[in-house]
Design a binder for this molecule. Structure first.
Ligand code: D5M
Ligand code: FE
Ligand code: ZN
Length: 671
């Protein structure tokens, strides 16, 4: 009878209201397979109230709209009020937020508004998709297009996240389902051609348990296996003599998260999911409170729930999570919650801090100072973003110069991968330099950071199949490993995943699925990191993050663009969060702890993802979006994304600032 558990095992989620609607009928009037098939056909993995009703109607089990809201209210004692949609200045509304700090209802985002949000109406290829069956990679391009176009019809607003390493278990779970499940079965008519790739929701790969290396051990081909670049004879690699000094300060893999539990044996099963979200946001609140309280101006903070009792005279400060934001005639109205209560906060256009409203995105945590009116509204005079202190303390100097190279978005496997430019770069690393200055730089390069999208993957964006030179994920990683084998041994490579990689799609991404990425894991000078990760290099803190949160900034904050990623990075830093908006474009795993808070202020913050090199300093932190090795794809042409491939930033570790940019872009022309 455990509908939630069965759905979760198959990587589907159910909202509490839908749960109450369906639970009593489960296994009596419908089977799991039917429900999943129904949801899948609609391109969603969240069973919400509307979908549940539609499903029951399709089965002739109900004819009129049930009074579900009443059911919830009765069962929880919580008033369900219509939720405001978030009104940004650029967008009129977006996916509305959740009340995850409360117990119930609607913790997963209000179903109706979520499905109507512009974010989900847009065709979002990364976080949508329904390709969860095993798929032969030798599909014809028409077949692939058909599957992909199906995928783009999906809606996106939250991620399954948890358990992407759990194999779909539909067959095991539902032996009764007969024909209706044929579509989900992992069987393939042509087993010989199956390469072993399995797609989770949202186009990501999930690991396969069966043997993945073809018997006999010989692959059909291995791109770049014959590429051998050796260090130039007589070249003085000074970095060989410099002792290595790095520490992985934060890696998601090292965090032990306790799985959520129902409150008690008699507790409502719906509480399992609710609790995950509640813990996630509680954890966000806890971490953000700590950051905000470091600001001396954020003083005498009161719980929202106590405002009515304390009847404060004078100014009060609250810290809360932004549920919604709406422009009014005279300013902005927010709905803010902190786990003890919810309150409306108004800030007028005449206030000095008014301009800060534009930096606030849904689900970010900020502090407001102002006067509380008995009408339940806080009239704010000041807004405090978590932000970072104005200056960073200087670190002690290093004995000698040592450099790091920042790369990302190599996209090996794409026919837009700038192979020639990348090989030139490898030769350069091996000492094929053009000047004394370059010689000095190469000589002192000791680290290479590769910030995700290391391969192009398969089935990631619409029409991708036609742009793949290597249409197989294993072969892509092997090709990448063949290339990276030519990086001189004394240079340590830190490699983390992005949204094109074989890794959990939802953030944070713990690392690569080793079943796919083993060729790079085997490289002796490679260190695999999570996304995000923090690396300490010679006492300097580098925050490494692929950068999908930039998409949220671009959609919610005025005057932000994919082409100026460093500005968007400033916003992430001000909010001290790598992907603040839950239910926006970026799928976030509902882990019980929020691991995307920027808890420690780094010396350098690197992203990639948007394929454009840009950098700037903000409050002493060096922000840099590294470029790419992929020329403009057809899809990027369509959405007007103009990459800057082949540009290689070199970082002086001592100052954590840019030393120089070496441009290999001319070898990428015409790709
Ligand atoms: O991302 C390459 C670029 O494409 C980057 O600028 C983000 C952008 N991008 C990613 N997804 C979308 C959607 N759905 N619409 C518009 N632009 C998008 P990469 O991760 O390498 O594919
Ligand atoms: Fe990319
Ligand atoms: Zn990316």
């Amino acid at each position: 009878m455990n509908l939630i558990r069965d759905l979760m095992m198959n990587k589907y989620l159910i909202t509490p209201s839908a749960y109450f609607l369906l639970q009593d009928r489960y296994k009596k009037e419908f089977m799991l397979s039917e429900l999943i098939k129904f949801a899948k056909a609609r391109g969603t993995f969240v069973i919400d109230n509307a979908l549940a009703e539609e499903f029951l109607k399709s089965k002739g089990l109900i004819t009129t709209k049930p009074l579900i809201v009443e059911t919830i209210e009765k069962s929880t004692g919580v008033q369900s009020t219509p939720r405001e949609t978030y009104g940004g200045t650029q967008t009129n509304s977006t996916a509305s937020s959740k009340t995850a700090l409360e117990n119930l209802p609607l913790p997963l985002g209000s179903e109706e508004s979520a499905s109507e949000s512009p974010a989900s109406r847009e065709e979002s290829y990364i976080s949508t998709g329904t390709i969860s069956k095993k798929m032969s990679l030798s599909l014809s391009s028409e077949e692939t297009e058909a599957v992909e176009s199906l995928a783009t019809k999906g809606q996106s607003f939250i991620s399954t996240g948890a358990g992407s390493d759990v194999q779909p278990s539909l067959e095991a779970e539902t032996p009764e389902n007969g024909d209706s499940m044929a579509e989900f079965s992992s069987g393939n008519e042509n087993e010989d051609e199956v390469t072993g790739a399995v797609y989770e929701d949202y186009g990501g790969l999930v690991p396969v348990e069966e043997e993945i290396i073809p018997k006999g051990g010989v692959k059909s081909y291995s791109t770049y296996s014959d590429l051998v670049i050796t260090p130039r004879k007589g070249f003085n690699f000074r970095a060989k003599e410099i002792p290595s000094d790095y520490e992985i300060k934060f890696d998601v893999e090292n965090i032990k998260l306790k799985p959520p539990k129902a409150k008690n044996a008699n507790g409502k099963e719906g509480e399992i999911i609710v609790q995950v979200y509640a813990s996630y946001f509680k954890s966000r609140m806890r971490k953000m409170r700590k950051i905000l309280r470091e600001n001396p101006e954020v003083s005498s903070v009161l719980d929202i729930g106590k405002l009515n009792y304390v009847a404060p005279e004078g100014e009060v400060t609250i810290i809360g999570l932004i549920n919604s934001k709406r422009e009014t005639r005279k300013g902005y109205m927010f709905e803010v919650e902190d786990g003890t209560g919810t309150i409306k906060v108004f800030i007028g256009r005449d206030k000095e801090d008014y301009k800060k409203v534009f930096d606030i995105v849904p689900d970010s945590v900020v502090a407001f100072k102002g006067y509380y009116s008995k009408k339940g509204i806080l009239f704010a005079n000041n807004i405090y973003l978590p932000d970072v202190p104005l200056y960073k303390h200087n670190k002690p100097p290093l004995d000698e110069k040592v450099y790091a190279v920042l790369l990302s978005d190599i996209h090996v496997g794409s026919n837009k991968f700038c192979e020639k430019a990348f090989i030139k770069f490898l030769e350069w690393l091996n000492g094929e330099v053009n000047s004394r200055e370059e010689e000095e730089i190469v000589s002192r390069i000791k680290y290479i950071i590769i910030d995700g999208d290391v391969v192009d993957g398969v089935g990631i964006y619409p029409g991708q199949y036609n742009e793949l030179n290597i249409p197989d994920v294993f072969d892509q990683y092997e090709a990448l490993a063949n290339l990276l084998a030519n990086v001189p041994d004394h240079m340590t490579m830190f490699i983390g995943p992005g949204n094109h990689d074989a890794a959990r799609m939802a953030l944070p991404q713990p690392g690569f699925y080793k079943e796919y990425a083993y060729p790079i894991l085997k490289l002796k000078n490679a260190v695999i990191i999570s996304n995000p990760a923090v690396i300490n290099l010679h006492g300097r803190e580098f925050l490494i993050y692929h950068g999908r949160g930039i998409e949220d900034v671009v959609s919610f904050i005025p005057n932000r663009s994919h082409h100026r990623p460093a500005e968007a990075m400033v916003n992430l830093l001000k909010l001290r969060h790598l992907a603040p908006t839950f239910g926006g474009k970026v799928p976030i795993a509902p882990d019980p702890e929020d691991l995307l808070v920027i808890e420690s202020v780094p010396d350098l913050f690197q992203t990639g993802h948007v394929h454009v090199l840009q950098y700037q300093v903000y409050h002493g932190v060096f922000l840099i979006n590294s470029a790419t090795w992929q020329a403009q794809t057809e899809f990027q042409k369509m959405v007007n994304i103009v990459p800057t491939p082949g540009k290689v930033p070199i970082i002086d570790i001592e100052t954590a600032r840019l030393k120089t940019v070496i441009d290999f872009g001319k070898w990428c022309e015409g790709v």
